[in-house]
Design a protein around this ligand. Structure first.
Ligand code: NDP
Length: 450
């Protein structure tokens, strides 16, 4: 290991792994960032003297608590819940809540860490946080979900506030859960403030918030294509997931003239060789947002579509892949398969959906690879706009929010180019990591030893 940057990365990572044993997702997320920003840190003594990298990889605090709730038949259940307040150097903590049985502290630390950089990239004054619980909303009744959310907020409200920490949705936390959480916050605080984002339109939500992550991801891809004088129009697209991000990524891709051929859930994926359209998507929205059904029902309804049980969609040859389900859902082999099949662009709607070596394959191949921090920042950006509307006590039109979202995604793309383009080509991973890092690091330097 003769290269001083590689040596510094390995030294830093061995300390981090020692301090945070068995947190593999967190190690992975930090390693990806440190590989990009180490040259910048080695170049600036002030960052080294202030231990900026060590401080940025240590959350400001982690709150862990028990959530006790009652089932419909009167039994008590207890789940574990967390809020990881990672960094508030440039604004109040902001980041989603995830309810899924797979949630661990490592997953929430990786998500909170990434959120710091993502929020910085949006240009809005937002720090980074993430929270969640190992509670599984699937199979629970409406009232059980309500009781869980109320019990969770009974603790969480102590750590939340419009100038302190503003949670939002993520996997397993949609409009229904945010509404129950907000109702309980309002009751406990006796105050109506914009303390959660993703709220219903009737009580302070923003138009286009639910569409924002998926739309933003496609806008980011379109910016990447424009940079090489191309467009997403006419391209074939595979999408994983059929939740909030996936549905609206599909909607925008179809609107811009692309052909969306896959969607998935944890049961498998559907391949629709004719391409999905807005009518078929309306069926998926109803299935997923209303009936909480399975994606296999798409293939039951549309005869041109096939369902592949227990598989992910990355074996289907496409021009553009949009992973929109969960972390580490593209393995090294799947990344290689996508490349072998001629993929031109990958836009990450989900957080850290590609394993680190798979991400290196995409970067080395020189395809348009939009990493999550940049490509899925549209959701938190519109959350930031929801807070602005709440503070000003007004509501912007759908067109106004969409225009701002498009501007933000364009600006994020420009910041990636500013920090990621070299004579060897464009590297969006370095661009987003360094672009997000500098603003937070400089704010921390300015604040002194806090
Ligand atoms: P949803 O809960 O709405 O949907 C998640 C989708 O992914 C579902 O189709 C789900 O299938 C599937 N999925 C989840 N876990 C797995 C798994 N382990 N294996 C296979 N499929 C899985 O979540 P979102 O759409 O909100 O979030 C998706 C991703 O986007 C996450 O990585 C999230 O962090 C990220 N993200 C979300 C933002 C937002 O605004 N919502 C903002 C930025 C990023 P099933 O129903 O079978 O579980």
């Amino acid at each position: 290991m003769s290269n001083p940057t590689d040596k510094a990365v390995e030294e830093f990572m061995s300390g981090l792994i020692h301090r945070n044993p068995a947190e593999e997702e967190f190690h992975q997320a930090v390693r990806e960032v440190v590989q990009s920003v180490m040259p910048v840190v080695l170049d600036k003594k002030a960052y080294q003297d202030a231990q900026i990298l060590e401080r940025m990889t240590e959350p400001d605090r982690i709150v862990i608590f028990r959530v006790t709730w009652e089932t419909d038949d009167g039994q008590l259940r207890a789940n574990r819940a967390w809020r990881v307040q990672f960094n508030n150097a440039i604004g109040p903590y902001k980041g989603g809540l995830r309810f899924h049985p797979s949630v661990t502290q490592s997953i929430l630390k990786f998500l909170g860490f990434e959120q710091v950089f993502k929020n910085s990239l949006t240009g809005l004054p937002m720090g980074g946080a993430k929270g969640g619980s190992n509670f599984n909303p699937k199979g629970k009744s409406e009232r059980e979900v309500m009781r869980f959310c109320q019990s969770r907020m009974t603790e969480l409200h102590r750590h939340s506030g419009k100038d302190t920490d503003i949670p939002a949705g993520d996997i397993g936390v949609g409009a229904r859960e945010i509404s129950y959480l907000f109702g309980q916050f309002k009751r406990l605080e006796n105050g109506f403030t914009g303390v959660l984002t993703g709220k219903g339109l009737e009580f302070g939500g923003s138009l286009l918030r639910k569409e924002a992550t998926g739309y933003g991801c496609v806008y980011f891809c379109e910016n990447m294509f424009k940079h090489i004088d191309d467009s997403i129009e006419g391209k074939s697209v595979s999408i994983s997931g059929s939740g909030n991000v996936a549905i609206y990524a599909a909607e925008k891709a179809i609107e811009l003239g692309a052909k969306v051929v896959t969607l998935s859930d944890s049961g498998g994926f559907i391949y629709d060789q004719d391409g999905s359209d807005q009518d078929k998507l309306a069926f998926v929205k109803d299935l997923k947002e209303g009936k909480r059904g399975r994606i296999s029902e798409y293939a039951d309804k549309y005869s041109g579509a096939e369902f592949h049980a227990g598989q992910r969609p990355w074996g289907v040859p496409v021009d553009v892949a949009l992973p929109c389900a969960t972390q580490n859902e593209i393995s090294v082999d799947e990344a290689q398969t996508l490349l072998d099949n001629g993929v031109k662009a990958v836009g990450e709607g989900a957080n850290m959906p590609t394993v680190l070596d798979g991400a290196h394959l995409f970067t080395d191949a020189g395809i348009l690879y939009g990493p999550a921090k940049a490509a899925n920042a549209g959701g938190v950006a519109v959350s930031g706009l929801e807070q602005s509307q709440n503070s000003a006590r007004l509501s912007w039109s759908r067109e106004e929010v969409d225009e701002r979202l498009q501007d933000i995604m364009k600006n994020i793309h420009e910041r990636c180019v500013e920090f990621g383009e070299t004579k060897d080509g464009m590297n969006y991973v370095n661009g987003s990591n360094v672009g997000g890092f500098i603003k937070v690091a400089d704010a921390m330097l300015a604040h002194g030893a806090v």
